[in-house]
Design a protein around this ligand. Structure first.
Ligand SMILES: Cc1cc2nc3c(=O)[nH]c(=O)nc-3n(C[C@H](O)[C@H](O)[C@H](O)COP(=O)(O)OP(=O)(O)OC[C@H]3O[C@@H](n4cnc5c(N)ncnc54)[C@H](O)[C@@H]3O)c2cc1C
Length: 425
């Protein structure tokens, strides 16, 4: 069968939060954008479903109504449990970020964001599995090959610019030879839904610091467990562990989750298999720019495809949406220039600006990951940090990357200086 030809100014591969944010911001600038997604909405995505104020800011920038009336469950901060202490830390009051977080299942969330992109003018095509790049004679990407629909009919789509927002598998950048960097942090996370009348309506995101694996001599693991209420009778419960401990790869994460939950109070409902909804599912968390460069040969990497999960807290949605917005801004400027050296120069601004924004912060994140990979440091940090609310407020700002760049308080100034001084990754 003959391949079908399509044309757009920009093709975006993958309609997760990164792809939909990119498409939305491009379409708002009048760019003809084709958003290709292999699944059909609504669909599940393995995630904790938790959004910090950083992610909320990006939703607001996409014109999403985040009010409770629109179905969002608001939270006012983080409840941290560890070292025999239970601490409730409110999100900071800042000029740059809202002071609330949200929880919403990815089943709803991704569908909603894709519809925002379509409302803004993007063309969304679902059931389109992108199989690889189309290369021009100079090795530059000029489009994508795909299989369309259940019949997997071959199709080719052409555009002068492609955005890879295809998630952690990163098949598109892989096809261009962009592998994951082994020297950057990575995590693994698993999660499951439970019906829990006792915990579903929580106005804090709850995190548990002391994860112990029987597979690793009962040592403390670098990571945390979470219980995020969904407000609909259910909770999203899961845990994430970093690759810096010797237990990484040797731990059975599903068993780690059920062992932890076995010790929670019975009335929370998580000790009873009958309250579980669906299986325990997991995926990798690509962190700290573990795939670079973020721009090469006509392709920009956005979100997990470019390894942008925050190594400090495992948050990836905000960074996927933020990198998507930045990619769109850079693409708009570049496409206004004639094809060739001048346009290429404009496109390299994407990698440069990402480095400026997050390079120093991710450098510190990499150091943090290495440090807490040592059980004695994890134990010391939990034991001596948790009893000090002021110190923990600083830690919350650092870990959630929530500071004002100018005119902030003393904590903001310390964190901003640290991230500026640290050499970018
Ligand atoms: C267990 C777990 C819990 C997590 N919890 C949180 C959390 O609470 N908060 C948070 O902020 N982050 C969390 N994360 C991280 C977060 O899920 C990701 O960082 C985020 O989804 C990245 O968004 P993205 O748009 O880059 O990629 P994705 O969300 O993975 O979207 C990629 C999209 O591309 C599509 N796609 C892939 N390949 C192709 C192809 N070949 N052709 C067409 N389409 C394709 C996919 O179907 C998908 O729709 C968690 C991750 C895990 C694994």
């Amino acid at each position: 069968m003959a391949a079908v030809e399509h044309d757009a100014d920009v093709i975006v591969v993958g309609a997760g939060p990164g792809g939909s944010a990119t498409a939305y911001h491009l379409a708002r600038h009048g760019v003809r954008v084709l958003l290709l997604e292999k699944t059909e909405f609504p669909r599940e995505k393995v995630c904790g479903d938790g959004l910090t104020p950083r992610a909320v800011r990006q939703l607001i920038r996409m014109g999403v109504d985040t009010s409770p009336e629109a179905g969002w469950l608001h939270n006012r901060g983080l409840r941290v449990i560890g070292g025999g202490v239970r601490l409730e830390l409110d999100w900071p009051d800042l000029a740059s970020f809202p002071n609330y977080g949200l929880v919403r299942t990815r089943l709803d969330f991704d569908d909603l964001l894709a519809r925002r992109a379509v409302d803004a003018g993007a063309e969304l095509r679902t059931g389109v599995n992108v199989t690889g790049p189309v290369l021009g004679p100079d090795g530059r990407v000029t489009g994508v090959e795909a299989e369309v629909g259940p019949g997997k009919e071959p199709a080719t789509f052409h555009a002068p610019l492609v955005v890879a927002a295809d998630g952690v598998s990163g098949r598109f950048p892989l096809a261009l030879g962009l592998a994951k960097r082994e020297d950057r942090p990575i995590g693994v996370a698993v999660r499951r839904y439970y019906r829990s009348p006792a915990k579903h309506d929580d106005n804090y995101l709850e995190s548990w610091l002391e994860l112990r694996s029987k597979d690793s001599g009962d040592n403390l693991l670098p990571g945390y467990g979470w219980i995020f209420g969904l407000g609909d009778g259910r909770v999203n419960v899961g845990l994430g562990v970093l690759n810096s401990s010797s237990a990484f790869g040797k731990t059975n994460y599903r068993r780690l989750l059920t062992d932890w939950l076995a010790n929670t109070p019975a009335d929370w409902g998580m000790t009873d298999e009958a309250n579980a909804e669906g299986p325990i599912l997991g995926a990798a968390l690509p962190m700290g720019f573990n795939r670079v460069p973020h721009y090469t040969r006509g392709v920009m990497l956005v979100g997990d495809s470019g390894g942008m999960v925050n190594p400090f807290n495992g948050e990836g949605i905000a960074y996927a949406m933020e990198s998507g917005e930045l990619a769109a801004e850079v693409a708009v400027q570049a496409l206004a220039r004639p094809a060739g050296a001048d346009r290429e120069r404009a496109l390299t601004a994407y990698s440069t600006e990402l480095k400026t924004r997050f390079g120093g912060y991710y450098r510190l994140g990499g150091i943090f990951v290495k440090l807490i990979g040592r059980p004695e440091i994890m134990r010391m940090a939990t034991k001596h940090g948790m009893p000090h609310p002021m110190l923990m407020r600083f830690v919350l700002k650092l870990l959630a990357n929530l500071t004002d760049p100018r005119d902030g308080d003393a904590m903001d100034r310390v964190i901003n200086t640290m991230t500026k001084v640290a050499p970018a990754v």
